[in-house]
Ligand binder design. Structure first.
Ligand code: NAD
Length: 494
């Protein structure tokens, strides 16, 4: 657990029967992530003993047929870690209720299966259905003071639509009962960022503009949009990735030490970072942003179609790549560039945060090139932390020293061999929901502040006649992304 659960909450989870209702229970997210995560929590004995898990979707399914779907999905995910014994404990929790969320009458069926349990409603459906779900839950009398709701991104496609969804949620649930998921916050390496910064004295005195030259945050995917073209085309990389994942990572890197790990202490500090982001407007939109769209190329050793080819012929100006220069205008960071970039069909699947320290103020090593220290926090494919340091090459030169940068590597999978590698981020998130802990969930003001910043960039793009620049699949984005960073005498770490 992220932090000790208050005694009152522990008591509640021990005594009240709970029901986790997954709307969209036959969908991709539920079958690929949510049910396998719940299964793994069962495996580790972390589910409340009386928790009932209810899948809902439109199709008519018997409980047994639904359980068979879930089992197959869990087996696919768990592979050799699948245990018949764990499944035998998990399966009896599962129920299915056919509910078309647009049909108010259908919710009585859900009430019957829930049997007056304290409910967690997980909305794993399109946000277009959130309003109908909330309204019909209320009409059916299924929302109690202690009910909670979990919502998935995207919460809107701009500030206005985000506010509308948040208003709907707020009309039924209080903010302390709303859990907005950004699954990056469930990743071990992201939580480890808090440990790295605040459980060690080493970095904090250096964690500022005096010692850090710049920060890079990259989330690179090798996949294209594939079957999700119609969803993606409405969003693009800025809305789909930067508004949530990249800005969350930036907030955790740049925030002040929170007073404690409790939800509001952490989220109060994160929002101050978002509020300090300098708006990118006017000429800065051109100078400080780059956007691209992949064209046919070679990715993962195979020829890959371009974005427009995947649409079935429609042309589109949606960006599949974005790079940004952001400034956090506060005392700690004034003048320190934060470079963000994300894209599809890039050469590697990797997510990492690079903290680039400044160069030594004076070198005593003659003409030897000294590489400035660099701390890399890798989130995927492997979770690891490395610190690049200059070292002497062992040798007997009589004429000065030969130096070489070497890495101090902390591989989390090696250091914690007994832990199951590659945990699903949703395991942590579902556990935190069950324990009523919102630290790893996004508060309304955080989300809306992020949208305000993103909207300004979008607005700037919409007023330019420029389009996303093409980049071949399998490359690191358009040349404008390189120009953006090189203009400040920096380069992307690859
Ligand atoms: P999906 O299309 O695979 O599944 C949608 C589910 O909703 C299905 O079970 C479908 O039966 C159900 N549904 C649709 N209309 C319904 C109705 N009228 N009444 C009742 N049920 C209905 O979608 P998904 O990929 O599972 O995504 C679900 C949500 O999670 C979306 O908001 C998506 O943006 C978000 N999300 C998905 C992923 C992912 O990896 N799939 C990642 C992040 C966020």
């Amino acid at each position: 657990m992220l932090h000790p659960v208050p005694a009152s909450t522990r008591a509640k989870s021990r005594h009240a029967s709970e029901g986790l209702v997954i709307f969209g229970g036959t969908g991709d997210l539920a079958l690929r992530m949510l049910f396998p995560s719940l299964y793994f929590l069962e495996d580790e004995g972390l589910l409340p003993p009386d928790l009932r898990i209810i899948g809902t979707a439109r199709s008519d399914l018997e409980d047994a047929a639904f359980a068979a779907q879930v089992k197959s999905a869990v087996q696919t995910r768990a592979g050799d870690d699948f245990s018949d014994e764990t499944w035998a404990r998990f399966a009896p929790r599962l129920r299915y209720a056919a509910v078309d969320v647009q049909d108010a009458a259908a919710f009585s069926r859900l009430g019957e299966v829930l049997e007056a349990r304290r409910a967690i409603f997980y909305l794993s459906t399109s946000p277009a259905l959130f309003g109908a779900v909330c309204q019909n839950l209320q009409v059916a009398g299924l929302v109690r003071d202690d009910s909670r709701v979990v919502v998935e991104k995207p919460i809107g496609r701009d500030l206005k639509s985000c506010q509308a969804i948040n208003d709907t949620l707020a009309s039924i649930f209080t903010e302390d009962r709303i859990f907005r998921v950004d699954h990056y916050l469930g990743k071990e390496a992201v939580q480890n960022l808090l440990a790295l910064r605040f459980a060690n004295t080493l970095f904090e005195p250096l964690w500022n503009k005096a010692s850090i030259d710049h920060v890079q945050i990259t989330v690179a995917e090798t996949v294209g949009v594939e079957g999700r073209w119609s969803y993606y085309d409405d969003y693009g990389a800025l809305r789909d990735m930067v508004q949530n994942h990249l800005l969350q990572l930036l907030s955790l890197v740049a925030m002040e030490p929170p007073a404690s790990l409790d939800p509001d202490s952490v989220r109060n500090e994160k929002i101050k970072v978002l509020q300090s982001l300098r708006p990118i407007t006017g000429r800065d939109v051109e100078r400080n942003t780059a956007r691209g769209q992949y064209i046919a190329g070679v990715a993962d050793g195979r020829s890959a179609p371009g974005y427009a080819d995947e649409s079935g012929g429609d042309s589109s100006e949606t960006e599949t790549f974005v790079a940004l220069l952001a400034h956090v205008d506060n005392w700690r960071w004034a003048g320190t560039p934060f470079y963000l970039r994300t894209g599809k069909r890039l050469p590697a699947r990797s997510s990492e945060i690079v903290i680039q320290f400044r160069e030594v103020p004076h070198s005593i090593f003659g003409g030897v090139d000294l590489m400035a220290n660099r701390l890399t926090i890798r989130l995927q494919p492997e979770e690891e932390i490395s610190l690049a340091l200059m070292n002497k090459t062992p040798s007997l030169e009589h004429n000065g020293m030969t130096l070489k940068p070497l890495s101090l590597n902390l591989s989390l999978s090696h250091a914690f061999k007994d832990e199951r590698p590659r945990r699903i981020a949703y395991e942590r998130l579902l556990l935190e929901v069950l324990h009523d802990n919102q630290t790893l969930f996004v508060r309304r003001d955080e989300q809306e502040t992020a949208w305000r910043w993103i909207d300004a960039i979008r607005h700037g793009w919409d007023h330019k006649s420029t389009k996303p620049s093409p980049y071949p699949a399998g490359t690191w984005g358009p040349s404008s992304a390189f120009a953006l960073i090189e203009r400040h005498a920096h380069s992307w770490c690859e």
